[in-house]
Design a protein around this ligand. Structure first.
Ligand SMILES: NC(=O)c1ccc[n+]([C@@H]2O[C@H](COP(=O)([O-])OP(=O)(O)OC[C@H]3O[C@@H](n4cnc5c(N)ncnc54)[C@H](OP(=O)(O)O)[C@@H]3O)[C@@H](O)[C@H]2O)c1
Length: 322
């Protein structure tokens, strides 16, 4: 079968299309014939070696397809089931083996591509708004990169919680997408000083929570946008890693809380995964959550997909088709 692997960490040139044996599922595992693969920023981190993996490394953490083989003692899924999963390494391939507790059956109302598109970013939006910080009716959230893949989903979930959402974006096109997702206010953080704008929009009180996936370029100002005892949720580093911070800074900014959450820690068992994904699928079926597939590339054109995401172009989900 075809896979996309890296034999050394680096730029787009390290992406190699390799032929390897189709994997066999072991105890508690199933093999998925993959029909759609989700591309995520974490794949870039794996490619460049920011998150170390064992080489050669098959990239990809998210896919959807059909169960075509099961190992011993499998009860969660059966042959022929349409399933989707996230947080299992090796999705850039025609087949992958995954622990069955991570495989979620796809309801008939959701097509395979949208299932692959929503798993990772959707569960992220869900845990950020329900678990890392439980957003409540009438509270205000600042969502950075609100026109991106995770951003558009997070805006929608935050609105479902009854929050007021201020979204930052870099272009007018992304501003329109953030508004379509439900953002109450949009700030172009290339043209305007988002800290000053947020202070204006909150009468100098600050927001209850900042969801910051941009990192280096936004972190310091984000801390200044938070109300006393509010929450700084740094969940990504699209612009680069944040420098180490002195805990005293959190005191000086108003006894604020800082966390750096990770999806795997919020999808720790099958019950938690099913809670989050079944909410997402239910909202999609009811027309309450829109999952925007921005671009679809053949697996062989993976370099183009990475170039697009790294190049700040993404306006929704990027999918690879094996
Ligand atoms: N911790 C977790 O559990 C978790 C889970 C999922 C995703 N994430 C993180 O969330 C972030 C977003 O991931 P995603 O896959 O949904 O991507 P995405 O938001 O679709 O794309 C990244 C966005 O970041 C913004 N950005 C700002 N500076 C950038 C730069 N220098 N280079 C590239 N993009 C820049 C861009 O929006 P503008 O042009 O509007 O600025 C871009 O569209 C990533 O950092 C990812 O690691 C974390």
């Amino acid at each position: 079968m075809k896979t996309i692997r890296v034999h050394q960490f680096g730029g787009l040139e390290v992406l190699a299309q390799d032929e390897v044996q189709v994997p066999e599922p072991g105890e508690g595992e199933a093999r998925v014939k993959i029909e759609a693969i989700g591309v995520n920023f974490i794949d870039i981190y794996h490619r460049i070696g920011r998150y170390q993996g064992t080489l050669p490394l098959t990239l990809g953490q998210e896919a959807a397809g059909t169960v075509d083989a099961v190992g011993p003692n499998v009860t969660d899924v059966k042959l022929g089931d349409r399933v989707a999963y996230a947080s299992v390494q090796g999705a850039y391939a025609e087949y992958a083996v995954a622990p069955t507790w991570r495989l979620v059956p796809i309801p008939k109302e959701v097509d395979i591509q949208h299932a692959a598109a929503v798993l990772l970013q959707g569960m992220t939006a869900h845990y950020l708004a329900f678990s890392t910080y439980q957003l409540k009716q009438g509270e205000t959230a600042l969502v950075h990169a609100a026109g991106g893949g995770t951003g558009q989903l997070l805006v929608q979930v935050a609105k479902q919680c009854g929050a007021r959402v201020i979204g930052t974006v870099s272009t007018d096109e992304k501003a329109a997408l953030a508004r379509e997702a439900g953002a109450d206010e949009g700030i172009n953080y290339i043209q305007a000083d988002f800290e000053a704008e947020v202070k204006k929009l909150t009468n100098n009180v600050g927001v209850d929570v900042v969801y910051d996936s941009v990192g280096k370029d936004t972190f310091d100002k984000s801390l200044n946008c938070i109300r006393r005892r509010g929450y700084m949720v740094l969940y990504g580093a699209s612009s680069g890693a944040v420098a180490p911070i002195d805990p005293q800074t959190l005191n000086a900014k108003g006894s604020i809380y800082l966390t750096r959450p990770f999806l795997a820690h919020y999808t720790a068992d099958r019950a938690e995964i099913l809670w989050r994904v079944n909410d997402l699928f239910k909202w999609i079926a009811a027309g309450e959550l829109k999952v925007r597939i921005d671009k679809t590339f053949p697996l062989a054109e993976v370099a183009e997909a990475h170039r697009y995401l790294e190049g700040r172009q993404s306006k929704g989900k990027i999918i690879l088709i094996p």
